[in-house]
Design a protein around this ligand. Structure first.
Ligand code: HH2
Length: 262
């Protein structure tokens, strides 16, 4: 899953794809690099990001989708928590909704997906972007995330989303310390009982910067290491900025994982 942020303030690529033609070209380039899916978002969810109104989100994202969806180069997902934005995007032909809150806003978003026969990614977040990194705390990290996602999955299915159109995401960086993120990437297998494909988004995130003491623009190698581990521990979908590099790393990791014992 390649990332296209149509935002002024995203942590890694804020401001680069505000022009709809540039954003659309970026989505096509990511597909050409091998993305099966591009995730287009217009509200940053980085720590302390300011919330964006539905009108503003639509103003940013619709011109991109209007250019992209008549001839999509791959599947297209809309990264939003707002039913009105999801509705507009799915009407234009988007295939999936990526909800970083895991239906924290209630089942309306899932109903929109159900009505359009769209897929839904459900992510775990503790708190909101404004508060999530203040003091993230868990009594049982893996258990709490699994049960939060299980509740969201049940809610989505009750709203009519097809069971085989739902994936789950532990939410790297969403109300997590560095150690929480590392544990999650090592233990993605803990989400297997949910019976859904696991999506994970480690790309260029702050935990990599904390380990390597590097800014977002210098986190490619860290992203490759995290992506490789994620594939070994149970991820089926990786949400990344650097599609070609991650695909190459992951293909080697998968070959090693799947090689028969000699
Ligand atoms: N991370 C970000 C945004 N959306 N969606 C899912 N399912 N999983 C993630 O880990 C995830 C996500 C944050 O990354 P990015 O889009 O690069 O930055 P920003 O939120 O600042 O736009």
């Amino acid at each position: 899953m390649g990332i296209v942020n149509v935002t002024p303030d995203s942590f890694a690529d804020g401001g680069r794809y505000l022009d709809p033609d540039v954003a659309c070209a970026r989505a096509r380039a990511l597909a050409a690099e091998g993305a099966d899916l591009v995730d287009v978002g217009a509200e940053s969810t980085r720590p302390d990001a300011a919330p964006v109104s539905a009108a503003e989100e639509l103003d940013r994202v619709m011109p991109v989708l209007e250019r992209l969806l008549p001839e999509p180069p791959c599947l297209v997902s809309i990264d939003t928590q707002k039913p009105a934005v999801a509705e507009a995007a799915l009407r234009l032909g988007a295939h999936m909704v990526n909800d970083v809150t895991g239906l924290a806003g209630g089942p309306a978003l899932a109903r929109v997906c159900a009505r359009h026969g769209a897929a839904l990614a459900l992510c775990h977040m503790q708190g909101t972007p404004r508060t999530m990194q203040m003091a993230p705390r868990y009594a049982d990290l893996l258990g709490e995330i699994r049960s939060h996602l299980a509740r969201a999955v049940a809610e989505a299915e009750a709203a009519g989303v097809a069971p085989d159109a739902i994936c789950v995401d532990p939410g790297i960086g969403f109300g997590k310390t560095v150690e929480h993120n590392l544990t999650l990437l090592r233990r993605l297998d803990a989400l297997r009982p949910l019976g859904k494909p696991v999506l994970v988004g480690p790309s260029r995130k702050r935990f990599i910067g904390a380990i390597l003491d590097l800014g977002a623009e210098d986190r490619l190698e860290g992203t490759l290491a995290a992506s490789t581990v994620a594939v070994m521990t149970g991820a089926q979908i990786l949400r990344v900025h650097d599609v070609e590099a991650v695909r190459r790393a992951v293909r080697v990791a998968e070959a090693i994982r799947d090689a028969a014992d000699q």
